[in-house]
Design a protein around this ligand. Structure first.
Ligand code: NI
Length: 140
């Protein structure tokens, strides 16, 4: 088993906010990410796929294919968009890095499995210092 990673980048606006909370409570819990008039982040996305190298090509997955897949399913949907308003797979969800990573997993995993390997992890950096990793474990 070997692990192959493709890095991509996008930027997007969001607001982490609960309409059922007061402005004070939103600011207390979500800090700057609760800014009412939105703000943006430069996200770095690492998609890691695991499998055995194909005996003919030596590849676990063709990185050209993986790059195209991430671009069509994720980057084109998220880049320069508002995560709360513009992205169908984030509709009605909290626009936290955690939820975004889980939803990115859901978009990519079914495609990758058709290529004889499996999605291993989604690592998503919201800032240089803050990132989340998701390994597809069930969220209770
Ligand atoms: Ni934010």
């Amino acid at each position: 088993m070997i692990y192959v990673t493709r890095k991509e980048h996008f930027n997007a606006a969001h607001k982490v906010w609960r309409a059922d909370w007061s402005e004070e409570k939103n600011t207390e819990v979500f800090g700057k990410c609760a800014n009412k008039n939105w703000h943006g982040h430069n996200y770095d996305l690492y998609v890691t796929v695991k499998g055995n190298p194909n005996p003919e090509t030596g590849f676990v997955i063709d990185l050209k294919y993986l790059s195209k897949l991430i671009k069509s399913e994720i980057i084109e949907v998220l880049d320069h968009r508002n995560l709360n308003l513009d992205v169908p797979f984030m509709a009605g969800k909290m626009a936290s890095t955690e939820i975004l990573a889980i939803e990115i997993w859901k978009q990519l995993a079914p495609h990758i499995v058709t290529h004889g390997c499996n999605l291993h992890s989604i690592k998503l950096y919201e800032t240089e210092n803050n990132f989340v990793e998701y390994f597809g474990e069930k969220i209770i």
